[in-house]
Design a protein around this ligand. Structure first.
Ligand SMILES: [Mg+2]
Length: 230
């Protein structure tokens, strides 16, 4: 048993991929459904990739069955593997992320995992690109459930299968950059820490039910203490 399971969101929390996801989605959508710029105006922050696709299909008036969606999923993953190598706006790690994850990896009482709306395959490509994959032991992804609220319990169940257990859901902490990250923690009875490095600023995040809000992960000692004590 460990004292805490820490479940990190990826985009806007750990890193930004410089819109590689947007470019790969857009290319796959045009290739398979013949619609240009299919994701312009589609809200993405905190959403699962599955729901983002559903929204884009609806806006474009495209009817897609399960086979079409699976084909899209595969093509998107392939294209993401290309796009991640190109430069883009704000591409990189959020402040303090590498130091924080390195520090947490040396703390026996905690184990880090992922809860992200990204499909599993691009999530791994993204984290490997930035050399962060090695810090995460388990996770739940956008292809595990369309709704983010279901992902925390899936991640915790996967942790248990790896022998990582905690005393209860309140020893699970979700760390993310949107109100939807906070909401998925609440839905699972978990704690949450919101970080203002993504789409939402500190004021907006304080309006959620997050247990704590931080501007970024720059102050490693303070953030480690917060995550252990919350
Ligand atoms: Mg995010």
């Amino acid at each position: 048993m460990v004292a805490k399971i820490l479940l990190f969101d990826i985009d806007g929390t750990l890193l930004l991929s410089g819109r590689a996801g947007y470019r790969a989605l857009t290319r796959a959508f045009e290739e398979l459904f013949g619609v240009k710029q299919g994701f312009d105006g589609v809200p993405v922050a905190g959403m699962t990739d599955e729901l983002i696709l559903t929204d884009a299909l609806r806006r474009a008036g495209v009817v897609a069955d399960r086979v079409d969606r699976e084909r899209f999923h595969r093509r998107y993953c392939d294209l993401f593997g290309e796009e991640i190598h190109f430069p883009g706006p704000r591409k990189g790690l959020m402040p303090g992320v590498l130091t924080l994850l390195d520090r947490l990896s040396r703390v026996d009482e905690v184990k880090c995992g992922l809860v992200t709306g990204n499909f599993a395959h691009p999530a791994r490509i993204k984290l490997e690109h930035f050399d962060l994959w090695r810090f995460f032991h388990f996770g739940a992804y956008g292809d595990d459930a369309p709704v983010r609220d279901e992902l925390v319990s899936i991640a915790v169940a996967r942790a248990e299968r790896k022998g990582v257990t905690v005393q209860g859901a309140h020893h699970v902490v979700v760390i993310g950059d949107t109100p939807l990250d906070v909401q998925c923690a609440l839905a699972a009875g978990a704690r949450s820490v919101a970080v203002a490095t993504g789409t939402y600023d500190e004021v907006a995040l304080r309006g959620t039910k997050a247990d704590a809000v931080v501007s970024d992960f720059g102050e490693t000692d303070t953030v480690v203490e917060l995550l252990l004590d919350i």
